[in-house]
Design a protein around this ligand. Structure first.
Ligand SMILES: O=P(O)(O)OC[C@H]1O[C@](O)(CO)[C@@H](O)[C@@H]1O
Length: 567
């Protein structure tokens, strides 16, 4: 990418930052009053009783997703105030700036253009003199050729065998998106190709991944935006060694390793042929990269057309976000509800509960998307925020969660807003199982919202001493998202919905949702500590706890302490 001239560097840094503090904005103050005098006393059963059509009106729909947000502690007045806040924070201008390619990632001086990755080929987007759509389409076309070669068996390994196993080596955004998409779209995957994901630098991860894999039929995709991430580089080197050892020839590397990166130089140094590299750009953030070449493993698994369908779903949601009025705008509604609960009800976490076996990795994916984006403590100006930013996102497959942590959702002491995600048609059908699955999703949202009163518990003949234990307070908010079927298109649209909800939140909080400086310190310390763990003679200058842990580790390694009698 073209570099900005040094003189320009200062200008855009704060261009999108709001000078006025969030908590001084008129809509914020109005929301505080609304919360204080009305909303904190809202009871969902009363809101529903007062408006019999509430469940049909507090809804929004776009790009195949029907969002019912009626089971939230809001009225139309709340939503009006929330959208006023969004407007006063300049959400729509910021959306335009993002789509236009302005350098809204201020602290890294980068544009944020994951939306360009899914624009149709017929469009043009010229950013700083370059048509980024043409660049994107060029890489997509190369990915398609390669993916088809692998899928058809035309791409052969060093010994002439077709590829049957694909190992994606990457971490964070270079792992979670492709892994989540692989799980989500398994039923679209080519059956005679198996996909594996290697991220953890624990040697067990690599050894368990390659155990039983025939090297001559295995392809490694090294995914790293920077091509310097220690875990990924370590795993890539170890995988390379394994392959060379198995096939007995250094020359094998070129047929069994491809790279996805913005750092061509480093990837070449590793031994990847430039023709087998798939690039992307610094304007694609790691956690926003599953629609870039980072999705190569997804494309190999589901095929180019289905990959394009996923991009189309994302694009449909992108366009909805860009053009729909805020009141009907799904990402804006989701994002502002998160602000509502975090900043006015002091909710500290948000649960994501898909009722689909295929979406079991969605919560893990969303954790990086949401928390790496919005887990920030200073504004774009570098001033400390005086309000809460990202909640903790967590969750699991909804049905499994019911038999584990839902107890706390129903009767615990914290408010945890929930996102339920379900499908009208199953991806795989067995008689009545779909009905059972979805009945549970609807029932859980209903139980959370309306609970069970003391009176009803008594009417059921519950012994008096058990009554308090069997009461459900209700009034626990949730969104329900209903989608026709889990397809590449609907997955794309769902992911883009969350991406833009995260963006909406970040705009309100006036933070940079696209940097991740918070991951650096641990990386630096780990490098130094790794040297100390390898060389036991190195003096230790940490705090007393870290020093003691390292000494214990060294002693354990040296066999001078042992605490496990079974060893
Ligand atoms: O793709 P890379 O450069 O290897 O980075 C992997 C991940 O590491 C992080 O930088 C965090 O350490 C993420 O933001 C990113 O997705």
């Amino acid at each position: 990418m073209t570099k900005l001239p040094a003189a320009d560097l200062q200008l855009p840094l704060f261009a999108y930052s709001q000078r006025e503090s969030l908590t001084e904005k008129r809509a914020w103050i109005a929301l505080q009053e609304h919360h204080q005098y009305s909303a904190r006393h809202f009871r969902l059963e009363r809101l529903f009783a007062a408006d019999p059509r509430r469940g049909e009106t507090l809804i929004a729909e776009a790009a195949g997703i029907y969002l019912d947000y009626s089971k939230n502690l809001v009225t139309t007045e709340t939503m009006t105030l929330l959208m006023q806040l969004a407007r006063q924070c300049g959400l729509q201008d910021r959306v335009e700036a993002m789509f236009r390619g302005d350098r809204i990632n201020a602290t890294e001086q980068r544009a944020v253009l994951h939306t360009a990755l899914r624009k149709p080929a017929s469009e043009r987007l010229v950013v700083e003199g370059e048509d980024v759509i043409a660049q994107v389409q060029d890489v997509l076309a190369r990915m398609e050729v390669f993916a088809e070669q692998v899928r058809s068996g035309a791409w052969t390994g060093h010994t002439g065998r077709p590829i049957r196993h694909v190992v994606n080596i990457g971490i964070g955004g270079s792992d979670l998106g492709p892994m989540m998409a692989h799980e989500a779209l398994r039923h679209y995957s080519q059956r005679d190709l198996s996909l594996h994901f290697l991220s953890d630098v624990d040697a067990a991860a690599l050894l368990e991944t390659v155990r039983g894999l025939p090297a001559e039929e295995t392809l490694f995709i090294v995914c790293s935006k920077t091509f310097t991430t220690l875990e990924t580089m370590t795993n890539a080197q170890a995988a390379r060694q394994w392959l060379v050892q198995q096939l007995g020839d250094e020359a094998a590397v070129v047929r069994h390793f491809v790279g996805v990166t913005t750092n061509i130089e480093e990837a070449s140094r590793f031994g990847i042929d430039e023709r087998n590299m798939f690039g992307f750009w610094d304007w694609v953030g790691g956690r926003y990269s599953m629609s870039s070449a980072i999705g190569l493993s997804t494309m190999i698994a589901i095929g180019p057309q289905h990959f394009r369908d996923m991009l189309a779903g994302m694009h449909a949601m992108d366009e909805h976000f860009r053009t729909a009025p805020l009141e009907q705008n799904l990402p804006a509604i989701l994002g502002m509800l998160t602000v509502w609960y975090g900043n006015f009800f002091d909710a500290r976490s948000q649960a994501v509960l898909p009722y689909s076996q295929y979406l079991k990795r969605l919560p893990a994916y969303l954790q990086q998307l949401t928390m790496e984006s919005n887990g920030k403590q200073v504004t774009l100006h570098g001033e400390p925020v005086d309000y809460q930013t990202s909640p903790v996102y967590w969750g699991d497959n909804g049905i499994n969660g019911q038999h584990s942590f839902y107890q706390m959702l129903h009767q615990g002491t914290q408010m945890v807003p929930c996102d339920f995600i379900g499908f009208c048609q199953p991806a795989q059908a067995l008689e009545q199982q779909q009905e059972l699955l979805m009945a549970n999703m609807f029932a859980q949202a209903e139980a959370l919202a309306f609970g069970k009163t003391v009176q009803r518990v008594r009417e059921e003949g519950t012994p008096e001493e058990l009554v308090p234990h069997r009461v459900f307070p209700g009034n626990r908010p949730s969104n329900s998202m209903l989608i026709e079927q889990l397809t590449p298109y609907s997955l794309g649209s769902l992911i883009a919905l969350y991406e833009h909800s995260v963006f909406t939140q970040g705009v309100i909080w006036n933070i940079d949702s696209f940097d991740q400086w918070g991951v650096e310190l641990g990386k630096q310390l780990a490098k130094r500590t790794a040297r100390e763990l390898i060389d036991h003679g190195q003096p230790l200058h940490h705090d007393s706890s870290t020093n003691a842990l390292i000494r214990r580790y060294r002693a354990c390694q040296g066999g001078t302490v042992a605490s496990d009698p079974s060893k």
